[in-house]
Design a protein around this ligand. Structure first.
Ligand code: FES
Length: 104
């Protein structure tokens, strides 16, 4: 059953940046867009399981630090080789300065 989990405080993530979040043995990446919206994806790249939070956020994309594959972190869409499989995304919400993500 899905549940909302507190991932971080809004101040923990700069605009156009990403932070890691671990829960129940799973890794997630929490993003803040330039216009202060929050998004969440799986923590690992779908190419060779590199941590996405070590990558570069540019506008609405995250660039994997290993082979520079890029994803649209708002939709999870893989944007071209070498990443061919979309990364999973999770709903987010902000309440009282805390960012929550909905995990399965
Ligand atoms: S591990 Fe991410 S692009 Fe290769």
């Amino acid at each position: 059953m899905p549940q909302w989990i507190a991932a971080c405080e809004t101040d923990d993530v700069d605009p156009e940046d990403v932070v890691p979040f671990e829960h129940a043995g799973n890794s997630y990446a929490v993003y803040r867009s330039p216009d202060d919206a929050f998004f969440a994806t799986d923590g690992y790249c779908t190419h060779e399981r590199e941590l996405l939070c070590d990558g570069l956020v540019m506008g609405g994309t995250i660039e994997c630090p290993k082979h520079n594959g890029r994803f649209d972190y708002t939709s999870g869409k893989a944007l071209g080789a070498p990443v061919l499989v979309d990364v999973r995304t999770y709903p987010t919400k902000v309440e009282d300065g805390t960012v929550y993500i909905e995990v399965p």
